[in-house]
Design a protein around this ligand. Structure first.
Ligand code: PMT
Length: 400
């Protein structure tokens, strides 16, 4: 049990998302943590103390108490906690946190705390975007608290936008990751090859055709696989990122053809291949030896198809477990499933440029994973956490 020695204090304020806290309490209890819930008086308009205390197996407090004849219940609670989770954290509670308006047990406890504080805001989209909320979020981040951003989606008001409290699963995982999952070295003995970043296809000595890939997704996968004990071969197109992990063997390439050649230096010996690179589908037929001069008003480049690296890996697959990515802008699921089949893959990770915060350059991604028989959907997360989800799925499939 991952959090078996941890004391988690959940501070609930008055918002509709309070109903989700039932699931959060269950998850912490299941992971072996001790859970104490406190609420603002307003939270009682949305949820009952009885249901929270039944799940947490402890009394739930909304007021200062003096069970042992003292007045300082807030200090006692704050010092008891290994982590405080402000969820849902309304605009009002957030503002009180940043301005020290200590008019209820939740804020008094929060202000007495020395432990890490996680903040999961929840409110309507305009309240979330309001400069006061955004400034307050920046302030609590400056205090060193960990913000679990609100998600996009349908809100209780009927409007659609960012403001939904992060799912209980996301909040739980953020806390679990903070305290560090026990390191299992679950990929020890495996060799994992990962392609990352863009490819650049030269036009002349100074110009190229490229794309917006930063390499972040692939490098996060490489770090996570290495942390799990795998020997990692990271074949990266041009990227500013570095890797210093002792288990990662980094090979830098420029074009798709170079990436193909590097991948096939190692292909026979790998157990798992993950293709997160954004490989150019076409390259200029000829590369000009000298810099092309701007003599003409129009100018065209004849392009020829690049090798499909992943399809070649799929065609030559023996024992390897192959994971592809699909970066789509329309008919996302259909296209991803088509690539899974066409490239003879075991798994495909779909990210859509229609999802805010997903795809290129961002530090976050939002994915769906497909195998031949299953589909799994994930919320918007950091690329490091997305890498964990992908490798968890790979490990589950390998165990089947
Ligand atoms: O690097 P970041 O900024 O973090 O961004 C991450 C990402 C958006 C690049 C990444 O998450 C992603 O989606 N990578 C795949 C991008 C892509 O090229 O998708 P695709 O649907 O065009 O290709 C399908 C699959 O075939 C991919 O696994 C790709 O690596 C592979 N492919 C494609 C063309 C080609 N010639 N050779 C290939 O191997």
């Amino acid at each position: 049990m991952t959090l078996s020695d941890k004391r988690i204090l959940i501070a609930v304020s008055g918002g509709i998302a309070a109903y989700k806290i039932h699931f959060l309490i269950r998850q912490f209890i299941k992971s072996g943590a001790e859970v104490q819930v406190i609420m603002t008086p307003d939270a009682e308009n949305f949820v009952t103390k009885l249901s929270f205390s039944t799940l947490s197996k402890k009394p739930v407090y909304t007021e200062f108490y003096n069970e042992n004849g003292t007045w300082n219940s807030h200090v006692e609670l704050a010092l008891w906690a290994d982590a405080i989770i402000m969820a849902p954290c309304t605009a009002n509670t957030l503002a009180k946190m940043t301005h020290g308006i200590c008019d209820n047990l939740v804020i008094a406890t929060y202000m007495s705390a020395k432990c890490p504080v996680f903040v999961a805001p929840a409110m309507d989209l305009d309240m979330y975007q309001h400069p006061s909320t955004q400034q307050n979020l920046e302030l609590v981040e400056e205090y060193g608290h960990i913000i679990i951003p609100a998600e996009n989606g349908e809100l209780a008001s009927g409007l659609v936008g960012q403001g939904r409290m992060a799912e209980p699963e996301t909040i739980f995982q953020t806390v679990e990751n903070y305290f560090g999952k026990p390191c299992t070295k679950s990929l020890e003995g495996k060799t994992v090859l990962i392609t990352a970043g863009p490819t650049y296809e030269a036009i002349d000595p100074v110009r190229f055709i490229g794309n917006h890939s930063s390499g972040k997704m692939g490098y996060s996968l490489a770090e996570e696989a290495a942390e799990r004990g795998a020997k990692v071969i990271l074949v990266s197109g041009p990227s500013a990122l570095q890797s210093k992990h002792e288990n990662i063997d980094l090979h830098r390439v420029t074009s798709a053809k170079e990436m193909l050649a590097k991948v096939f230096e190692f292909y026979e010996a790998i157990d798992i291949g993950i293709a997160s690179a954004a490989v150019a589908d076409y390259a200029p037929k000829d590369i000009a030896v000298e810099k092309i001069k701007k003599n003409e008003d129009t100018f065209s480049i004849e392009m020829v198809k690049n090798p499909d690296i992943l399809k070649t890996m799929g065609d030559q697959k023996k024992h390897q477990f192959l994971v592809g990515f699909a970066l789509e802008t329309q008919n996302e699921e259909e296209n991803a499933k088509g690539k899974l089949k066409k490239k003879n893959l075991d798994m495909i990770v779909l990210n859509s440029l229609r999802d805010e915060g997903a795809g290129f350059k961002n530090d976050t991604n939002k994915i769906k994973i497909f195998t031949k028989t299953e589909k799994k959907e994930f919320s918007l997360k950091s690329k490091d956490d997305v890498a964990k989800d992908i490798l968890d799925c790979v490990e589950t499939q390998l165990l089947k």
